[in-house]
Design a protein around this ligand. Structure first.
Ligand SMILES: NC(=O)c1ccc[n+]([C@@H]2O[C@H](COP(=O)([O-])OP(=O)(O)OC[C@H]3O[C@@H](n4cnc5c(N)ncnc54)[C@H](OP(=O)(O)O)[C@@H]3O)[C@@H](O)[C@H]2O)c1
Length: 264
């Protein structure tokens, strides 16, 4: 049987692929042979990621300055990707931002900024790649949610709404585009050690202990932990998997912090 996980000749756009979880996913897809397009704002970070991925995996990597909060910027990015590679097989909607505060303290501008990048940006990226995937007769879209796709968290209202929305975006696109042989799935990370959670540890004293206690794996996740799930969802191995989410959380969602340690 041909290697179900081989991505040679494929092209994947990874939003926010220049660092954190997105870089872990870009590394994973590249290690399976996929060429990579990074959409992100920080050009220095992107240039470093491009060099690193090309050197490690020998694939072709295009780093583009794209703000997923801006529709025109997304459309330009998709056009440049198609001009260079002539195809887009995979879209990973990973770019995300957060502001932590009490619900009553958010401004409309903050709501719009967070939802605009995390949720509307994902929708607009999916919309922008759809014509190429439809024409090609296949495609894979991977949306990055969060534990807040499933659970409330008092100080991340806008983020949690955006991440719950990512699951519904996944379900709806999966149903609508199944006829085009496009599979749409989500990955829900648990607590992962990235720049986003460095600030969470600062904002929430005791978070480190909580995560270690609640996560059965007994550690924070790392960006490299996302390679496997991303390769699976981008590859032939998942051709009959759609409208699904995979928790990559070290067991956090089933965490046993309410049970006495001796009884776990
Ligand atoms: N870390 C966790 O524990 C955790 C848990 C659950 C879910 N997640 C989700 O995982 C994803 C990645 O987060 P992370 O932890 O890896 O955080 P991160 O290191 O802060 O990465 C966020 C990425 O998004 C990009 N980005 C932000 N705004 C953008 C915009 N307007 N346009 C294009 N790119 C943009 C950033 O690049 P530029 O700054 O260069 O634009 C960066 O590469 C996010 O969706 C996050 O919500 C993370």
């Amino acid at each position: 049987m041909a290697n179900l996980f081989d991505l040679t000749g494929k092209v994947a756009i990874v939003t926010g692929g220049n660092g954190g979880i997105g870089k872990g996913i870009a590394d994973g897809l590249a290690s399976a042979g996929s060429d990579i397009v990074i959409f992100a704002r920080n050009e220095d970070k992107t240039a470093k990621a491009v060099k690193d991925i090309e050197k490690k995996y020998g694939v072709s990597v295009l780093g583009l300055k794209v703000d997923v909060g801006q529709e025109e910027s997304i459309q330009n990015g998709v056009k440049q990707a198609l001009d260079k590679f002539g195809r887009i097989d995979t879209l990973v909607n990973n770019a995300g931002v957060n502001i932590r505060k009490a619900p009553e303290e958010y401004t409309v501008e903050e709501w719009d900024w967070i939802l605009g990048i995390n949720l509307r940006g994902a929708f607009l990226c999916a919309k922008a790649v759809y014509p190429a995937m439809k024409k090609a007769g296949s495609g894979k879209i991977i949306n990055i949610g969060s534990m807040t796709s499933l659970y409330g968290l008092a100080k991340v209202l806008c983020y949690a709404c955006s991440k719950a929305g990512m699951v519904q975006l996944t379900y709806t696109l999966a149903l609508a585009w199944a006829k085009d042989n496009i599979q749409v799935n989500a990955i829900l990370p648990g607590w992962i050690d990235t720049p986003l959670t460095v600030s969470a540890r600062r904002d929430f004293p005791g978070l480190d202990e909580f995560v270690l206690d609640r996560t059965p794996a007994g550690r924070w996740g790392a960006p490299a932990d996302f390679a496997g799930a991303a390769i699976f969802l981008a590859s032939k191995a998942s051709d009959f998997v759609t409208a699904e989410y995979i928790k990559v959380d070290g067991g956090f969602a089933q965490g046993t912090n309410t049970v006495h340690p001796a009884a776990r």
